[in-house]
Design a protein around this ligand. Structure first.
Ligand SMILES: NC(=O)c1ccc[n+]([C@@H]2O[C@H](COP(=O)([O-])OP(=O)(O)OC[C@H]3O[C@@H](n4cnc5c(N)ncnc54)[C@H](O)[C@@H]3O)[C@@H](O)[C@H]2O)c1
Length: 334
């Protein structure tokens, strides 16, 4: 069975991808320092505790497990945090990626799927945004993803690396079997924040502006179910393993946009409860409309979203959220 090293496999998207890999007949090996991930989400293969900031840790994993490819999720993800503490992002997201590329080269591991982000586009002039749009990230987080993409391109050019960067839009939802889901702490994503207010009555959601140039004034985003996202990784990996020529980067989104108000309405419909909220001010650097043009990924990977209907996203997130947050299991790593 082909082994795949999954950095960040104890996290939200990484754990769903490990499940998808196992289902597809691969053996995932998680490499994670558990800084924001959870040991109890590592269910589909071994866990190597290690830090991408430390080349020696990566070496141990590659020597012991000899993977045929790497899927690289490990890193910091909160955009706001990256603005106040950029070092927290550049060290793992850029430094960790160069370490990984170096050690992969040393061990002759030449296939890589990399977690990039729609944040590389910044404020695109046109939405849906396609892969040829200008790359003008607005935050250290977005820049860290762009630098990593550029380093990967240089390694592809110079040392035979075969890689693809997947630029995710808004990952959302949870595993339909309830085996994994979103556990960010602090949480910054709309759907879990809104669901939190239904569990903790003291909380109110702050909507970041309702005066945008969109049909209802709130920001429009492209929500992709995490299971569809995980399956996109498996599809990309398969293509790399058979030696297919792929573009250097692909958007992963549905191509459909939903406003914040539409999300809140979907939550009310699914849970039978209105989300208590207040209208706050706009957040710096938030585009009004950010939706993926997903033509290329559908063509290149023969992949299509199958789980990303809004009610399904909300329903799976709600099932997961109720169990996790109600029982206060969140901080437990056991
Ligand atoms: N969640 C989204 O909507 C989204 C959107 C675009 C891109 N991404 C990217 O997807 C990837 C995964 O995001 P996520 O939402 O699953 O986040 P997450 O925080 O749940 O997962 C990140 C994982 O990486 C691990 N990690 C962090 N620093 C590490 C280090 N130095 N060494 C080893 N392991 C380390 C964490 O412990 C965690 O398990 C990230 O690279 C993120 O930038 C996420």
């Amino acid at each position: 069975m082909d082994r795949i090293l999954v950095t960040g496999g104890a996290g939200y998207i990484g754990s769903h991808t490990c499940k998808a890999l196992a289902r597809a007949g691969f053996e995932p090996v998680t490499f994670d320092n558990l800084s924001t991930g959870f040991e109890r989400l590592v269910k589909w293969g071994s866990l190597v505790k290690g830090d991408v900031c430390n080349e020696a840790d990566i070496r141990v994993a590659l020597r012991e497990f000899r993977p045929v490819a790497v899927i690289h999720f490990a890193g910091r993800i909160a955009v706001g945090e990256s603005v106040v503490a950029p070092w927290l992002h550049y060290a793992p997201n850029v430094g960790g990626t160069i370490n990984l590329l170096n050690v992969m080269r040393e061990y002759g591991v030449s296939k890589l799927v990399f977690s990039s982000s729609a944040a590389v586009y910044g404020l695109p002039k046109i939405s849906p945004v396609n892969e040829t749009s200008a790359l003008l990230p607005l935050s250290p987080y977005g820049r860290s993803k762009l630098f990593a993409e550029q380093m990967i391109a240089d390694f592809m050019h110079s040392s035979g690396l075969r890689a693809i960067c997947l630029r995710y839009f808004n990952a959302a939802g949870a595993d339909a079997d309830g085996e994994c889901g979103e556990l960010h702490d602090p949480e910054t994503h709309l759907i879990p924040l809104a669901l939190d207010t239904l569990i903790d009555q003291r909380k109110k959601l702050s909507v970041n502006g309702d005066d945008y140039d969109t049909p209802d004034g709130t920001c429009v985003r492209d929500y992709i179910h995490v299971t569809d996202l995980a399956n996109a990784h498996v599809a990309a990996l398969r293509r790399l393993l058979v030696g297919a020529t792929l573009p250097s980067a692909l958007n992963v989104g549905t191509g459909n946009g939903f406003s914040v108000r539409e999300i809140l309405n979907a939550i009310a419909l699914e849970t039978g409860r209105e989300v208590p909220h207040v209208i706050g001010s706009r957040r710096d650097g938030d585009p009004a409309h950010l939706v993926a043009d997903s033509t290329e990924i559908k063509r290149q990977l023969e992949w299509a979203p199958k789980h990303s209907e809004l009610n399904r996203i909300v329903n799976t997130a709600w099932q997961w959220h109720q169990r996790e947050r109600t029982h206060g299991a969140m901080r437990s790593n056991a």
